[in-house]
Ligand binder design. Structure first.
Ligand code: AMP
Length: 346
């Protein structure tokens, strides 16, 4: 992103980085993660700031670029957040409750960890898992056999299964000067590990606790930008599930539902500009479209409903769009959510 002065935030020029074979609309400038020869002149002489919205970016690419240009969030924040072992070890060091966990490098490690953590438990690949991919719930001794190989015999983490009463996430923002702000906690509903519904809360009793935990992480990582923190609600408290060093699906409602969206606040934060208000502008919920987008005219006939179509090929299990619904009161919002849910086939 080219942002030489504060005014430049309004006319940022973007160069996109992505994996080989990725196609962008409108021939936007694009380079592959591994094209180090191209990346140096691009970012040293033309651009002065790098950010990312995807934790599968190779940490080496980000660390490499950090030698030449400021990168926010930092390569170190990415290194921790993209690896479940580093992430959960950090929670433990910071006194943030998290499920029991163990590093798994072999089937023998898994057998030993199951003996100490017990069943049910969840085996997850340490890196690159998303939307329920790269993880398996182990309920019986039979599930334990062969599961490490099933996940590709790659480094994994075994976690105790948390009998949660709910899942919430906190979208946090930290500026270059250390200023922080937080959106209202969001209630999330997942199916098969994929986020289906996010509802922004009002005066959630665990808001202050979630913010306290997030402050510890933001400070530890000297974090700049938007960070999403996912929690399990259990026994009236919170257990940390994971962090994402980026704008997050459970914060998509902020585009229409908050004074300043998570996307704008991320750009303000990395550009060193004052952060915007995270206040809600009424009640809001976000519904993901998984596999396909329902009939557009029907979605838009729901009151105060806003459709985001990603233009991706429809495919089972893939997020291809979302809708935000807004209302002045929670009862009406719940009705609007049900109307959109009725249009979703899968
Ligand atoms: P994750 O990719 O770690 O966010 O996991 C995706 C979803 O799987 C979570 O949102 C939970 O619904 C479920 N899940 C993950 N880990 C656990 C756990 N340790 N105990 C219970 N459910 C879990």
């Amino acid at each position: 992103m080219r942002l030489r002065t504060d005014d430049d935030i309004y006319r940022a020029r973007l160069v996109y980085l992505g994996p080989p074979g990725y196609t962008l609309p409108m021939h936007l400038p694009y380079a592959q993660y591994g094209m180090f020869v191209l990346l140096v002149p691009l970012f040293m002489f033309v651009h002065y700031l790098v950010t990312f919205e995807f934790e599968s970016v190779p940490a080496e690419t980000v660390a490499f670029l950090s030698q030449f240009v400021p990168v926010y969030p930092s390569a170190e924040a990415l290194r921790i957040a993209r690896d479940r072992w580093f992430e959960k070890s950090m929670f433990k060091d910071l006194g943030i409750p998290t499920p029991a966990f163990a590093d798994i490098q072999s089937q023998a490690d898994l057998d030993a960890a199951v003996a100490s953590i017990g069943l049910p438990a969840v085996l997850k690949t340490r890196t690159l898992g998303y939307d329920g991919k790269g993880q398996k719930v182990l309920r019986t001794a039979a599930d334990v056999t062969g599961t490490f190989a099933e996940l590709g015999s790659v480094p994994c983490l075994l976690e105790g299964f948390v009998p949660f009463t709910g899942e919430v996430s906190l979208i946090a923002v930290r500026g270059r000067d250390g200023e922080t702000c937080f959106y209202p906690l969001v209630h999330n509903t997942h199916e098969s590990g994929i986020l289906r519904l996010s509802v922004a809360s009002t005066d959630h009793p665990l808001q202050a606790l979630a913010q306290d935990y997030a402050e510890r992480v933001l400070k530890k990582l000297d974090y700049v930008g938007v960070l999403a923190f996912e929690f399990f609600e259990v026994d009236g408290g919170l257990k940390a599930n994971e962090i994402a060093p980026r704008v997050h699906n459970s914060g998509h409602w902020t585009t229409e539902g908050a004074e300043c969206s998570q996307f704008e606040n991320h750009l303000r934060a990395v550009a060193g500009l004052p952060l915007g208000s995270t206040a809600k502008v009424g009640e809001s919920a976000m519904l993901n479209f998984i596999g396909e987008v329902p009939a557009v005219d029907k979605v838009l006939s729901v009151d105060d409903c806003h459709l985001h179509h990603y233009g991706k090929a429809f495919k089972a299990g893939r997020k291809v769009g979302h809708a935000t619904v807004r209302s002045a009161d929670r009862e009406t919002l719940d009705r609007q959510v049900k109307q959109v849910e009725a249009l979703i086939k899968n």
